[in-house]
Design a protein around this ligand. Sequence first.
Ligand code: BTN
Length: 257
Amino acid sequence: MTISYEYVEEIDSTNNELKRRAAEGKCQQYDVLSAGTQTGGRGRSGHTWSSPVGDSISTSMILFPRQVSPKHIPRITPIAAVAVAETIEELCGLSAGIKWPNDVLINKKKVCGILNELIPDDEGRPDHVVVGIGVNVHIKEFDPAISGMATSLDLEIEAMDRPANTHCGAITVGIWEHFAKHYEAFLHTEDLSEVISYYNDRLVNKGQQVRVLDPISPFEGEALFMDETGALHIMTSDGERVVDSGEVSVRGLYGYI
Ligand code: BTN
């Protein structure tokens, strides 16, 4: 497996650029594009994603999982969360948490968001996936609207009275090396068995009361664990229910988690 890295100072969105290159046949599996800033960074659910110049990681990788069953492709998302958590723990000495399905948290605040996009071919079969990762690294102040829910690696390291010598390039390489290793294991099993225990050990929703935002019939319960398909198990007053990240999102009943 060879990961090929490219860095640009500025781009609209690293996800967008890899999708454009793929449409022109100019990409190979494991190509990574990172940017110093994004002018049109995108988050999940149509949100924007802010990438202050030089203070954050904006990075995307392209995959061609054409042999993977289409319904298993969303399972790639938790793998990316695990890769980010592992890298933060190893390189920054911080304890990472994961909010189902794929936000990475430190001390219950979001430090990383992940946007995976699946692009079909002309027949509607999965062609390529762009895995996009944004990490707050040197940011010291957040918009008041999100400051209670967001943090950066440097803020968390300094809160431990340690000097922050975080390096965006080293963190980026760490993330993609971990990711590619887990992705290769996933290609054999098409499930999350290789990362599941690491993931559930860091699942911050575990034991929390959550509201499942099911578009047809929302419900509440206690989050239990994620299974090897990526689904979250929830204990409700009517018994255990299982929810899929492609269909619903969950909110903490008493706060962000
Ligand atoms: C989220 O909403 O939590 C997901 C945020 C994903 C941001 C990353 S930054 C690199 C890549 N390019 C984008 O435009 N978005 C993703």
